[in-house]
Structure formats: structure tokens, C-alpha cells
Design a binder for this molecule. Structure first.
Ligand SMILES: [Zn+2]
Length: 267
């Protein structure tokens, strides 16, 4: 499933090709995504792309008359084509611009392609917590929010506290911070919370730079897989020696999510 770094990497790589481009028209071959593709997107003609933003794991394309909201679901991805090539089975949407075609592919069709005239007060965003890379997301903020949840891994994965930290990154961030995933959130001291916040930002920035984790279904918009998976330190490393101390990595399942940690480096 694409996480925040994958979506941000995608945004960064398509932005220079989309900004100020005119969308001539769209081709929607299958409207049946997680929600039906908005009629406004099917009928879209002759609008300019004013900006490409992101909120949590939503990509937001601002056009002359409104916004396209894209969520990649489980397996969605965008590919930028410089010329038309015949679509394959899972290529559901083409956005035809003057110089390029933005093609949406989604094998499992859990993605979202919605139109809104106005982004404010949108139900998709109303209850979301802070962006992890924003200045507002700092240790004072996190410390206040930690009383709400019991386990630290659940807290940092809670979208109402901070958006866009999925299971892979949560494991990596806690390893970098030397904190056990199952620690009670309210037991963390100020220093640990500071370290956690700084590792959240560092890990996500590093992942964005490397194009996100390489997940089977998600390639960068230029068709190349991300490279961050090669750099994971604990996630998926059960029984392998810890890169810092050599102790074997532990794996346990909690609430159907796998947690990985080093019993020596993390306390
Ligand atoms: Zn270790």
C-alpha cells in the first residue's frame, strides 16, 4: 500500500510535468473505483493545472474550476506518458494534456478519483491530524497527544494525531529512536519524544528522497521502483542480526500488524 513517502515522491516527480499544463480532456475507462469516479472528472475539458499538493496520502491536483482528489488505495499508481500507448487491463483513467498523458493504473481498484469545487470542510480531511513534516508537528504537540493511546506504535500510526505513518515506517522510526513498539505511550520521557519526532521527520524525508519503499504494486511515476526498501533496518528482518548490535530481530503480531524490533537497541 502506498504510504506518505510514495505519494510525496510521486507528487515531486510529476509536478514539473503537470504545472501550468492544460488538460484537454480525460478518458475514463472504468468508473468503478472504491467510489465511482466523479462525473466532473469524466466530463473534464480545457482546464489548467494550477498546483499539485498532498494532504496525508491524498494527491490534490488544483485546476481552474476545482480539485481532483486522488487516493491510491492498495495498488493505484500514476504513470506519465509522453505519447499515447494502448491501455492495458488495469489502466482506468487517462488525463490528456497538451504534451503528456497522466495514466492511472489500479489493479485492485481501491483507489479514489474525486472532484470537489472547494477543499475546505471536506469530510476526507476534517479529522486528520498534523502533517509529519510540518513545523506544527513537534515534540510539545506529540507529548500532549500521547495520553490518548496506549501503545507508542499505535500512537504514531494514528491519523488523528499525525498523518501518513504506516506500519513499515513506524517500525523503522521506533528502531531509529531506540524505543520498543509496545511501550506505553505515556511512559515516554521528553527526550524520547523529541528523538521520536526528529526520527519521524528524518525517516520520511529519507524515504521521500529515495522514492518510498519498493512495494510490488507501487512504482514511481517515471516507472522506476523506489529504492528505500534496500535500506530498511528492522521491517521484514525477522531473525536477522541487528545492524547495530548483532542481536536477532524479534517479530510479533499485534492488532494484525507485524512489529519488528531489536531487544537490545530498543528499550
Ligand atoms: Zn540492536
Amino acid at each position: 500500500m502506498p504510504e506518505l513517502p510514495e505519494v510525496e515522491s510521486c507528487r515531486i516527480s510529476i509536478e514539473p510535468h503537470l504545472l501550468n499544463q492544460k488538460i484537454n480532456y480525460t478518458i475514463v475507462r472504468n468508473v468503478n473505483l472504491r467510489r465511482p469516479v466523479s462525473k466532473e472528472i469524466i466530463d473534464l475539458k480545457n482546464q489548467f493545472i494550477l498546483s499539485i499538493d498532498r494532504r496525508a496520502k491524498y494527491l490534490l491536483i488544483r485546476l481552474t474550476l476545482g480539485w481532483i482528489i486522488i487516493h491510491f488505495g492498495m495498488s493505484g499508481r500514476l504513470i506519465l506518458l509522453s505519447e499515447y500507448i494502448p491501455p492495458e487491463k488495469h489502466d482506468h483513467i487517462d488525463i490528456i494534456m497538451q504534451n503528456n498523458i497522466l495514466r492511472y493504473t489500479d489493479q485492485r481498484r481501491f483507489g479514489i478519483f474525486l472532484w470537489v469545487n472547494d477543499l475546505s470542510n471536506n469530510v476526507l480531511f476534517n479529522k486528520l491530524g498534523l502533517e509529519p513534516l510540518s513545523d506544527e508537528f513537534n515534540s510539545e504537540y506529540l507529548l500532549k497527544k500521547l495520553y490518548l493511546k496506549k501503545i507508542i506504535k499505535q500512537s504514531i500510526m494514528d491519523n488523528k494525531i499525525v498523518v501518513g505513518i504506516g506500519n513499515i515506517y513506524a517500525n523503522e522510526i521506533l528502531f531509529s529512536s531506540g524505543i520498543l513498539p509496545l511501550r506505553r505511550s505515556q511512559d515516554l520521557n521528553d527526550k524520547e519524544v523529541k528523538s521520536l519526532v526528529s526520527n519521524i521527520k528524518l525517516t520520511l524525508l529519507k524515504a521521500i528522497k529515495h522514492g518510498g519503499t519498493t512495494l510490488r504494486n507501487f512504482l514511481q511515476s517515471n516507472g522506476k521502483p523506489g529504492f528505500f526498501a534496500n535500506q530498511l533496518k528492522v521491517y521484514g528482518k525477522f531473525n536477522e542480526p541487528c545492524l547495530s548490535c548483532g542481536t536477532k530481530i524479534i517479530k510479533e503480531k499485534h492488532a494484525s500488524r507485524s512489529s519488528y524490533w531489536c531487544p537490545t537497541c530498543q528499550v
